[in-house]
Design a binder for this molecule. Structure first.
Ligand code: ZN
Ligand code: ZN
Length: 477
């Protein structure tokens, strides 16, 4: 079951998994003020020896595209050079936002500043502040020109202490020795979770402070690991560097393979959105006593006024509103792009009719309230007794037997050919599909056509479908 979730999530994130669980790594290299010609092969070797990784290297990361990145679970940056083109930068940012992993080694944390290319791909850094803001935020800590200026003291051997020994990257260790540069006075973003620090000895031109060296960042759905260590191959040959690097890559890659939230044991927080259409209050009974689900009801016009990402895992739409203001659209879009779940029930398929991104990509279907774009208006019929039957294997319809239900049918909807239909009826006044999974890739979206009135709301199968859809869209089934 878990394997299925992992696969389904990976597919949802647009990341096709290698079936045997191998983590697919792409090392970004080809420019650095460090000796990338020796460090990149060494990093590759560390992963190859660890097993379970399939490693590729690009020396032209400026040519990256979403299509190329779709073949990987994690990117390892051994790159410290100039800006790429917009396509490559956007592709990498989206890759991480959507759950891909990113690991930055040593000088990668001041890439994308002002660089002077010296001969064949060797660069001298001028201004050491990454101009690419998203890179700075993804990596979480970067060099600044100051004051105080980032840098390092004399290279020497020092103890690296795990501040979070329980973290999988720490592997229960307390400390290790590094013989390396000890970066200091970096600008650390608030989203950084420091894993390990080292005392920066003033006798070695250090700051006299504990400086963060290893840390993680959650960026969108993606996991980022940063190690300030690794100036050269000699530094990378210490056991502490090698172990933390390999575990860091595996940890970052795991983000591409696992549903992120909510945590095990926590209830899924569903926000039920109503308004714009009458409905029987029996609808709320669907959620009463539903195991693993906690609901709040938020009617229009307040439904999308506040950012929902932190407080809500799944939005359940049972509203019917033609148009919402642009700021509310942005909130809803941000919610979905962050990977949160969406369950659209019954008449909510007629929501936001003129927001094409919404109906075409997110919901994968549209009920047309009037003729639009050359298509006739959709039609409905109340109190139809019909048969419903599961037509595909999926957690949302698992264990639902064929059933009969008295409900409203819709016909003449636009349904995306990319939507995966899970439940159908042979009723003539219906288009047929009663439940589908939309083709939207950044989060899990389910549409349930059933649910007009009390007969449906109190029907065992309808209740189970809605509950399953909520849990599944939250990554819990
Ligand atoms: Zn260095
Ligand atoms: Zn209805």
């Amino acid at each position: 079951m878990r394997g299925l979730i992992v696969l389904a999530f990976a597919a949802a994130a647009g990341l096709a998994r290698v079936p045997d669980g191998t983590m697919r790594v792409l090392i970004l290299s080809g420019q650095n003020n460090h000796d990338w010609r020796t460090t990149t092969p060494h990093l590759r070797q560390l992963l190859d020896q660890a097993g379970n990784f399939r490693v590729r290297v690009t020396e032209e990361p400026a040519g990256l595209t979403p299509e190329i990145l779709a073949n990987y679970d994690v990117l390892v940056s051994d790159y410290n050079g100039g800006r790429w083109n917009k396509t490559a930068e956007a592709a990498v940012e989206q890759f991480v936002k959507q759950g891909g992993g990113l690991v930055a080694v040593h000088a990668a944390d001041y890439a994308f500043g002002t660089m002077e290319v010296l001969g064949d791909r060797h660069v001298r850094t001028g201004i050491r502040e990454p101009e690419w803001t998203a890179w700075r935020q993804m990596i979480g800590g970067s060099w600044v020109e100051g004051p105080p200026k980032s840098g390092h003291g004399k290279r020497h051997c020092f103890q690296v202490k795990w501040t979070d020994p329980k973290h999988p990257i720490a592997a229960g260790q307390t400390e290790f020795t590094a013989c390396d540069e000890l970066y200091h006075r970096l600008r650390i973003e608030p989203n950084v979770q420091v894993l390990a620090t080292a005392y920066d000895d003033p006798a070695q031109n250090g700051t006299g402070k504990e400086e963060p060296l290893l840390w993680t960042v959650n960026y969108g759905l993606g996991r980022v690991f940063h190690t300030g260590l690794g100036h050269d191959v000699a530094a990378m040959q210490t056991a502490g560097f090698a172990g933390s690097f390999v575990r860091g890559v595996a940890w970052a890659a795991a983000g591409a393979m696992a549903p992120r939230q909510p945590e095990a044991g926590q209830k899924v927080r569903a926000m039920v959105v109503v308004g714009g259409h009458d409905h029987d209050t029996s609808f709320y009974g669907v959620f009463e006593g539903a195991p693993g689900i906690k609901t709040t009801v938020n009617p229009h016009p307040t439904a999308f006024r506040k950012d929902m990402v932190k407080a809500v895992d799944v939005a359940v739409l049972y509203d019917l509103v033609n148009e919402i203001p642009a700021d509310q659209k942005a909130i809803l879009q941000g919610f979905l792009e962050s990977g949160k779940g969406l369950v659209v029930v019954h008449h909510a398929i007629a929501d936001y009719n003129s927001w094409e991104w919404w109906w075409r990509e997110v919901v994968g279907g549209r009920y047309l309230l009037k003729p639009l774009d050359g298509q006739a208006a959709s039609t409905f019929k109340h109190d139809v007794e019909m048969n419903a039957k599961v037509v595909a294997e999926h957690p949302v319809v698992k264990g639902i037997p064929p059933f009969r239900i008295l409900d409203e049918t819709y016909k003449g909807m636009w349904i995306s050919p990319k939507s995966k239909v899970l439940l159908r009826t042979d009723e003539a006044t219906s288009d047929g599909p009663l439940v589908w999974i939309s083709p939207y890739e950044k989060s899990r979206v389910v549409y349930i056509q059933l649910g007009h009135g009390r007969d449906a709301h109190e029907h065992q199968a309808f209740r189970q479908l809605v509950r399953n859809a909520v849990l599944w869209s939250a990554g819990k089934l």
